[in-house]
Design a protein around this ligand. Structure first.
Ligand code: TRP
Length: 382
């Protein structure tokens, strides 16, 4: 069996370092590992519209931002198909057929849908923007996501933890489809980050999630100065008032980010960060640094300077590459246009197989002749 990746993001903003450690970094590694036969990376504009119907311009503007972020992180159009969801209309057809295999009650139990309905205030008497009630399209997006994944017969879906209920729902749809109409679709596996800190990177303010609306994100496209400033303002351990007080590492955002980004060699490369006027440390790895922080004596400023150096090492090449790509917008759109064509051809094959299995391929060559024969027979003696 071929090994195929499908994954993607909603274009509702620029991508941040939570996206990076949660999925993007892994995608690039998988892409370059050569272990996959095909890789599809989708900009999910149609899904973004399910709760932005009144703001298509926001979605439109962010398609290029996400594409730039993808390519500057190392997603390579020579190796991965980068495409725009709405340009593959086969996906909506699949969605329509899958809708019959899922109950309203089942979608209502989907934890991500539940949380998002709450977050967006759809259930409030008077929603945040007077849009009380849940749009049907939004409610159905887990089903459309199953179409996204199965259209490419994806075996592997690298995503963040919040997408787990979507993949589970997809697997159920695949099983139901195959049981009802015969083996047609591939059941995908989720691929989560292996490091706990990467599963859900907190915001710079220590809140559970990085989110644009909370203003606690570090964006991949932030300048070095902006990142330094955001790192300086990061939430640490509120009980760590004096440098010599013992500090807490758990729930301390600086250490969570280090868990996600730092490697042993960074302690050699950025050893300077730990040589101050009053104190000086020689750490070889994050465990030693944590032990010192817990014991007291290691100040937040040193920790933040080190984190900033570590982050910058990852972000600088991304920034440089983005600057180059920003100067060649026609190329970026050409990548998306070509990618959408390739994706469309792949999805069309699955849609044809689906229609064949459901026997709604009436006008396919050979099928029509058989249909005519069968129905004529029925009326022969009447
Ligand atoms: N739901 C994903 C997000 O919120 C985007 C997405 C749409 C997706 N379809 C997908 C992810 C299929 C993985 C597979 O960003």
């Amino acid at each position: 069996m071929q090994k195929i990746i499908l994954t993607g993001d909603r274009p509702t903003g620029r991508l941040h370092i939570g996206h990076y450690v949660g999925s993007l970094r892994r995608r690039v590694e998988l892409q370059n590992s050569g272990a996959f036969d095909r890789i599809f990376i989708m900009i999910a504009d149609a899904q973004a519209l399910t709760d932005n119907a009144d703001n298509p311009e926001k979605v439109r503007q962010n398609i290029i931002e996400v594409a730039l972020d993808y390519m500057s992180c190392g997603l390579d159009p020579e190796k991965s198909v980068l495409f725009i969801q709405s340009q593959v209309s086969e996906l909506t057809e699949l969605t329509f057929f899958y809708m019959n295999l899922v109950t309203v009650q089942r979608v209502q139990r989907n934890p991500t849908v539940k949380a998002e309905i709450q977050m967006r205030g759809f259930n409030d008497a008077e929603g945040a923007d007077n849009k009380a009630g849940t749009p049907v399209g939004f409610f159905c997006y887990p089903i459309s996501q199953a179409a996204d994944i199965t259209a490419f017969q994806a075996t592997t879906v690298p995503v963040g933890e919040d997408q787990e209920p979507m993949i589970e729902q997809t697997r159920e749809i695949v099983r139901k489809f195959n049981a009802t109409y015969g083996p047609t679709l591939t059941e995908p596996e989720i691929l989560l980050p292996d490091n706990a800190a990467c599963l859900r990177l907190p915001g710079t303010d220590g809140k559970a999630k990085m989110s644009k609306s909370l203003g606690n994100c570090i964006y991949l496209s932030d300048s070095a100065e902006t990142v330094a400033e955001k790192v300086r303002g990061m939430y640490t351990d509120p009980g760590h008032l004096q440098v010599n007080d013992p500090g807490k590492v758990e729930g301390n955002t600086v250490f969570t980010y280090l868990d996600a980004f730092c490697r042993d060699e960074h302690f050699t490369r950025y050893a300077d960060c730990f040589h101050g006027r009053k104190v000086s440390f020689d750490f070889h790895n994050l465990d030693e640094m944590k032990a010192q922080y817990r014991a007291g004596g290691l100040g937040d400023v040193m920790c933040k300077n080190f984190l900033n150096a570590v982050l910058n090492e990852t972000l600088e090449p991304i920034r440089t590459r983005r600057k180059e790509l920003e100067q060649d917008i026609p190329y970026v759109y050409e990548v998306l246009r070509k990618g959408s064509e390739v994706a469309r051809a792949a999805a069309a094959e699955t849609l044809a197989a689906v229609k064949r299995s459901m026997k709604i391929n009436y006008f396919e060559p050979g099928v029509l002749a058989e249909l005519i024969r069968e129905q004529s027979e029925k009326y022969r003696n009447s």
